[in-house]
Design a protein around this ligand. Structure first.
Ligand code: GLV
Ligand code: MG
Length: 347
């Protein structure tokens, strides 16, 4: 076991001190772009103004013969774009792939000083984080990068889910985790052919005799268990949880429902793979105006956060005060970026 006293020490001479607190940032949508496509690179400055985070994708969905073009395209776009307050992330290839070494050497070596987070796919256990942690410390030292690059793990293998707590606490570089439902479905042997979302056959049938005519099958959320485990592991470690991709771009309602379940369960954002999903994520991961107003009434009614009061017939105490604080703190963060919502929230 690593001694607690060493946890926050840099892993290489000349690497920056690890952060003790995550920077507070709005990360409602992690917007993916394929950097080998010139048209997408050209649109990047405009997209970056609309989203909270842009993620250059080097991994799955990039054809093997375009991996180098994607890496070069990402470096080119990252170099010339001013991202302002928008986060700049990259999803590198898996640690056992033939591309990851050059992904790290070239991306960190050229645009490492601009990079906020590296998204690491197919994380199986803490050992994967330790490897990347050490490697990043070496690269930060070599390239005089003064701000530590954070690590975001994709939770998308059965073994990763088994080890989710160890992954969350593996390093002070941990930013958070995303559920990767497509790879996870394959790794688990689930009998599906989808990227996230529900399945019409996964449900509970109403009891026989309770309804006239055909019995209703109530569809259930396939991802509930994994999201709950991920949120607990992340929040206990002080890092952030995200829902990942939703692959059916025709079905905005289902995407919204999946994102909303994740939001209610504790996630702070989701991936957007299509422009329509930017709008959905912005709506879902910005708290509801009526909820924020009610939360403010709780905070106002209990200035020191203790005791019990009744508001509109509902009991409020220290625990609802804390829930209200989560909501109002998030609303304040959203308000820094969205003047319309700031006015509606009244924060
Ligand atoms: C994302 O990478 C997924 O596999 O769902
Ligand atoms: Mg995947």
């Amino acid at each position: 076991m690593k001694l607690p006293i060493n946890f926050y020490k840099p892993l290489a001479i000349g690497a920056p001190l690890p952060l003790r607190e995550l920077p507070i940032r709005l990360e409602r949508m992690l917007h993916f772009f394929p950097p080998q496509v010139e048209k997408m690179r050209a649109k990047l400055p405009e997209i970056a103004r609309q989203v909270d985070v842009v993620v250059g994708n080097l991994e799955d969905a990039i054809p093997a013969d375009a991996k180098e073009a994607a890496r070069a395209g990402f470096i080119e776009a990252a170099t010339r774009t001013d991202f302002g307050q928008t986060g700049l992330w990259v999803r590198i290839n898996a640690l056992n792939s033939p591309w990851v070494l050059d992904d790290l050497l070239q991306v960190v070596g050229t645009v490492g000083h601009k990079l906020d987070v590296i998204m690491l796919p197919k994380v199986e256990g803490a050992w994967d984080i330790h490897f990347l942690d050490q490697m990043l410390a070496q690269l930060e030292a070599r390239h005089q990068i003064s701000r530590p690059i954070l690590i975001h793990a994709i939770l998308e293998t059965a073994q990763g889910v088994n080890n989710v707590k160890e992954i969350a606490t593996a390093s002070p570089r941990m930013h958070g985790m995303s559920l990767g439902p497509a790879d996870l479905a394959a790794s688990r042997g689930m009998k599906t052919t989808r990227v996230g979302g529900g399945h019409p056959f996964y449900g509970v049938l109403a009891d026989a005799g309770t309804e006239a005519g055909a019995r209703t099958l109530f569809q259930q959320d396939l991802w509930h268990y994994t999201i709950a485990r991920m949120v607990d592991a992340c929040m206990a470690a002080g890092i952030r949880a995200f829902y990942g991709p939703f692959g059916d771009f025709q079905d905005d309602d289902a995407c919204r429902a999946q994102f909303r379940n994740a939001f209610l369960q504790g996630c702070v954002g989701a991936w957007s793979l299509h422009p329509s999903q930017i709008t959905i994520a912005k709506q879902v991961f910005s708290p509801d105006v009526a909820e924020v107003k009610f939360a403010k009434r709780i905070l106002d009614a209990m200035p020191d956060g203790t005791g019990a009061v009744m508001i509109d017939g509902r009991m409020q105490d220290d625990a609802t005060w804390k829930q209200a604080k989560v909501m109002v703190d998030l609303a304040k963060l959203v308000a820094t970026k969205d003047p319309d919502l700031a006015a509606q929230y009244g924060v």
